[in-house]
Design a binder for this molecule. Structure first.
Ligand SMILES: *[C@@H]1O[C@H](CO)[C@@H](O)[C@H](O)[C@H]1NC(C)=O
Ligand SMILES: *[C@@H]1O[C@H](CO)[C@@H](O)[C@H](O)[C@H]1NC(C)=O
Ligand SMILES: *[C@@H]1O[C@H](CO)[C@@H](O)[C@H](O)[C@H]1NC(C)=O
Length: 331
């Protein structure tokens, strides 16, 4: 291992450290709940047409999850993004993260609904390299008790260098499942110094420590199948007890089995820069925008109130309403 690799991992760990203080996470509930009633083909219905009182069946993994969160930007109201996002189960971050060499300010005004693109934009503000704080954007699920699920983000990355766009589950630095697009390193094939990320999409199940074998970190090149800066693509991970499967546009990008979190947490989407040459690089000279077309999350939870409500609703539906989630289209 190159020593510098440790440096950039160290910085990425620092980045997320302060996020822990953001969430008041209650201890994980120890309560378990019974299995879904057995299901046959007649009882699975399309997610779009029926209420799914008994949950969501994901055919690729044969797993059923009890709850769903979506993000549908075209239902957002630009005059009150916070309220309309909140209705969909999302909160806007508003805080300054101390970081090196530059601080990151998650600013609500860096979030915009673009009605032409029908997309929610997370903006890293462009400006001079001399800035000490970089205005950035972040949203998170208001529920912080997500445990296992299938997480799909339909987004377009920016071609403006100098930002890190993150789509991830987070409990703390040792319980984290990341998809990160580094806009300085999407296709950057210029000769890089040791420790500078390789071009591609960065897929990491934390923790990463300096001396550990890197079985849970991988950079998958954008190998010509698609360009993340042109058009929308579905970035997905399925977090199961047995491992984390990464899938982009329906194509498998590998399964991780080490350090699989067993702790409930939050899902976040952010776009930031701290000028760290070993990770985000930048800051960007122009606005760097992450455009989110949709988010679709099927999940289980440790929230006992939600579980009780789910059980009651499913019982009322005579254990019949399990929706089958359409497969991801392969790209
Ligand atoms: C999610 O919850 C359902 C209902 O309790 C259960 O059948 C399923 O096994 C759970 N999935 C995981 C990955 O824990
Ligand atoms: C390529 O990577 C280098 C090293 O991080 C960086 O300085 C440069 O700005 C990147 N180029 C582009 C086009 O993003
Ligand atoms: C992240 O910021 C960069 C730089 O400002 C921007 O080009 C890009 O579109 C943003 N990404 C998202 C997902 O908003």
């Amino acid at each position: 291992m190159q020593p510098e690799l440790g440096i950039f991992f160290y910085f990425t760990l620092l980045i997320v450290t302060t996020q822990a203080s953001l969430f008041n996470l209650a201890p994980r509930s120890l309560r378990t709940y019974r299995n879904l009633h057995s299901r046959d083909a007649d009882n699975t219905v399309s997610v779009n047409v029926a209420s799914c009182a008994c949950g969501y069946y994901v055919p690729e993994t044969k797993e059923t999850f009890t709850h769903r969160i979506t993000l549908n930007p075209s239902a957002l109201d630009n005059s009150n993004i916070a309220a309309s996002l909140s209705k969909q189960g999302w909160a806007i971050s508003n805080w300054v993260q101390t970081s090196k060499p530059k601080n990151i300010k998650y600013s609500p005004s860096n979030l915009k609904y673009n009605s032409n693109a029908k997309a929610l934009e997370l903006i890293v503000s462009g400006g001079p390299a001399s800035r000490s704080t970089i205005n950035s954007a972040e949203i998170s699920t208001t529920i912080d008790k997500i445990l296992y699920g299938s997480f799909r983000f339909n987004v377009k990355a920016s071609s403006v260098a100098g930002a890190c766009s993150g789509l991830f589950y987070y409990k703390d630095d040792n319980h984290e499942i990341d998809i990160e697009i580094l806009t300085s390193h999407i296709h950057n094939t210029t000769t890089q110094k040791d420790g500078i990320p390789k071009p591609g999409v960065q897929l990491t199940v934390q923790p990463l420590t300096e001396n550990q074998a890197f079985k849970n970190y991988k950079v998958v090149p954008f190998d010509g199948r698609f360009d993340p800066t042109k058009g929308y693509h579905e970035y997905r991970f399925d977090w199961l007890k047995s491992g984390v499967k990464y899938i982009v546009d329906g194509n498998s990008y590998g399964t991780y089995t080490r350090f699989i979190p067993k702790t409930a947490g939050t899902v976040l989407i952010n776009n930031w820069s701290n000028g760290d040459p070993y990770w985000s690089a930048g800051p960007p000279l122009q606005n760097s925008i992450l455009s989110v077309r949709s988010v679709d999350i099927y999940y289980n939870t440790t929230d006992t109130t939600k579980i009780a409500a789910w059980k009651a609703a499913c019982k009322k539906a005579s254990y019949k309403k399990v929706c089958s989630v359409p497969r991801s289209k392969s790209g």
